[in-house]
Design a protein around this ligand. Sequence first.
Ligand SMILES: N[C@@H](CCC(=O)N[C@@H](CS)C(=O)NCC(=O)O)C(=O)O
Length: 276
Amino acid sequence: MSGNASRSATDMLTLYHSGSSVCSQKVRLALAEKGIPWTSRNLDMTKGEHQTPDYLKLNPNGVVPTLVTDTGDVIRESSVIIEYVDALAAPLLMPVRGSAVWQTRLWLIRCIEIHAAINSLTFATVIRKMVLGSMTAEQLEDWLARAPGPDITEKRRDLMNRGAQSPHVDGAVATLDGVFRDMDTALRNGPWLMGDDYSLADCALLAYVDRVRRLGLGGLYEGRFGSIAYWLERSRARPSYGSAIQAYYDDETETKYLAAGSEAWPQIAARLLVRH
Ligand SMILES: N[C@@H](CCC(=O)N[C@@H](CS)C(=O)NCC(=O)O)C(=O)O
């Protein structure tokens, strides 16, 4: 420990993250909620900075976020990272008693499928527009080949080819429909997912719901699951949202997200109608 015995675990966290990555937003939000300082390694994914040999040593899948602790432990998976971060300092966001404990854990585990769904919607819309508008066929193949795994390469190929008509978008709509229904049920018991107290479940889900809204796809929950818009508003009003999420968007990026998602909304809404 470089001769500074007074430094604690919370002084020495290094987060490898990326501005608009939802899983990075989720971890930055937890750090902000806890008021824990951290050192930033902001990777520009458009330049492949998450695929360098040095970063792949930390995260062999070439995905963000990754947290390196004061003792040099390397923690991957955003839900695991936020649980670690939460345990570093009181007050805890993880409930300590009752059914809220396992319910919060279930939300954390569910983030894996939620992330896949959000990823499909983002790639079918704004990323597709950016990629198809800027890459040659050869560059597109190279970009697809560098996805984090062959299954993701194929998923992205389909999303680039078919956009909102891809079956991956059907899957995303089905997943999010169940998620929003369950969030709405939980929010009958209070302003937050676990009732009166803001918890790690709220912290874990905000970046994903925020992305849906930023893409102009709020119709996935508005109307049927009315409590979610209010939950989003309350969550966005917390100071953590400004520093962890909003600060990483500029006007141009916001406009691109909203335009690309809104353009795809009629096709996505049609999927929702088939389900109901
Ligand atoms: N389940 C992982 C997902 C990590 C993940 O896929 N991160 C995305 C950004 S949100 C990424 O780094 N993608 C890299 C790429 O697509 O090349 C987590 O929650 O940490």
